[in-house]
Design a protein around this ligand. Sequence first.
Ligand code: DON
Length: 564
Amino acid sequence: MLRLTALPLSLFMLFNAACVAWGGNAPTRVRTAMVVSQSEIASQVGADVMQAGGNAIDAAVATAFAMAVTHPSAGNIGGGGFLVFRPADGEPTAFDFREQAPAAAHPLMWLNEKGEYDYERHHESHQAVGVPGTVAGLHMAWKTAGTLPWKSLVEPAVRLAADGFVVGDGLERSLKEQIPRFEQYPASLAQFTKAGEPYLAGEILKQPELAKTLERIRDQGPAGFYEGETARLLVHAMEANGGLITLADMKAYQAKRRTPLIGSYRGYEVIGMPPPSSGGVGVIEMLNILEGFDLRAAGFGSAANLHRMSEAMRRSFADRAHYLGDPDFNPEMPVASLISKEHAAELRKTIDATQASISTPESFVWPYESVETTHFSVVDADRNAVSLTYTLEYAYGSAIVVPGGGFLLNNEMGDFNAAPGMTTAGGLIGTKPNLALPQKRMLSSMSPTILAKDGELFMVTGSPGGRTIINTVLQTVLNVVDHQMNAQEAVDAGRIHHQWLPSRIQYEGQEFSPDTLAILRKMGHALYPISKQGAAEVIIVNAKTGQLEGGVDRRRPDGGAVGY
Ligand code: DON
C-alpha cells in the first residue's frame, strides 16, 4: 500500500493547484442581472423579463416555460422539479413540484402476472408517467413572489412554440438520437421530426400544438393544464394506452412549499432542497464531512482530495439509500441528524487517509438512471436568487407527446423503487421509503443550491445528471470555496462521482492525470472513466466588483449565460 508522506504530496498538490490558476476561462460578467441555462434562447427570455422590471422569480418562470419549448429533452411542462428561492430580504423558501403517483399506483405495480419485474412498464410506458408538477410549481412560485403579470411570463414561450426557433447543435444531435423512441408514438414523430427526417441545426422548429397548450396555461393559469382541454387530452392518451392518470389525479395535484435545508461550509451558508429530493441532504452531508480536511492545501485534482471526496460521497449515498423518500409518507426520516456536524464527524472518523473503504453490497446495487434533466440559475438586480432544476427523467421523458397537446410526458414513476424487498444484483431496489403509493412523490437527486456569506448572496448552482447531480453540485462548491476558482473554471473543472454502490470512482476520463489515478488505484479504488458528467449552470456574486459572474457548462453546446 502506498504511504502518503507529507512533503512530496504537498509539492505535488501545489503544482496541481497552480495548473488551475494558469488554465482558467473567464466567466461571463454583467453588472445587474443574469440567467445561466442550457438554452441560450431561454436565458435571453429570462434576462429580457428582468430588464422589463421583473424579478428573479418572474425570470425563472419565463425561462422555465421557454425551455419547455427550446430544450425539450428536459425543459418541460409535463414533468416536475424543485425551485430554491433566496430573496434578498427575508427567509429562503423552496417549491416542490415533483410529479406524484396517480391514485391507482401501488407498490406491486411494476410486477407482471407472474410476479416478475417489468422494466418496460416501470420506465417506458404510459404507466411510467407521474402526474406532472411543473405548471403548478411555477404558478405557486409566481403567486408567492412574482411581480409581472403571469401572461407576460408565458407569452414568450407561446411565441417560441408558434413561430419556431433555430435548432442548435445540441438539439440537432439529441433529436436525431431519439427518433427510434419517437417512432413508437405518431404525435412525437410529428412534433420532433420532419415526417421522420431529422431536424438539422439552423432549421426552424415550430410546435403548434404545444403553442395552443401554452396559450391555455397563459390565459387560465394552472387550470389551463390540470383541467379542461389539456387535462382531457392527457387523460385520453392515458385511457387509450393503459395509463393510470385520471382527471381526478390531474385536479388533485398541488405544488408544495417546503422549508429549505440550511447547512454551513467554511463560513458560507448553504441552502438546499429538502426531501422528496435527496439533493440538499447529500450536498450538506458531504460538505460537512469534507470541512474537516484541508482541501485547499491538498490542491484540486490531487489524489488525496479525490479519495476524501469519494469517501464522503460513498457514505452520503449509503445514507440516502437507506433513509430517504417522500417526507409526507416517511415522517420518521432523520434529516436533521443526517445534515448535522456530529453525524459528519462520526463518518469522517471512519475514513482511512490511505485506503479505500469497502461498500458492503449485501443491500443493493443501483438501477440505471438517465442523465437528462436541466438546471438554471437566476439572479436579479436586487440580488434575489433562484436555483431551479426540473426534469422529464429520461431524455424526452417517456418520449410520449400528448396527441393534440404537443407536450412530452415524463417517465418519473421510474424513480420509485421496483417492488417491496426486491433488491437484486441486477440493480433493483426494494427498500420501503421509496415504494410507489397513491399521491406519493418519488425520491429525486435534483440539487438546486444557493450559498450566502455574511447575509449576502454568494453563489447559485445546480446540475442535471441523475444521481451524479449531487456530486456535481458538491464539486462546484468545493471548486469555488476551497480552490478559489471563478464560476467558469468551477464549471469547466473535471468531475468525479461515487455513489456507494457500485464501489468505484467514476471520473471524466480526460480530466485527471494518469499518476493521480495510479495513486487512487493503489489505495484500493476501482476507477471507471466516462466522457462527461452533468451540466452545471452557476452564478457567483463577486463581492469585490459587485458583478455577477456566470459559468455555463460547455459540456452541452446550446447553453448560455445572458444578462446585462
Ligand atoms: O429526479 C431525479 O433525480 C431524476 N429523475 C433526474 C433524472 C436526471 O437527472 C436526468 N438528468 N440529467
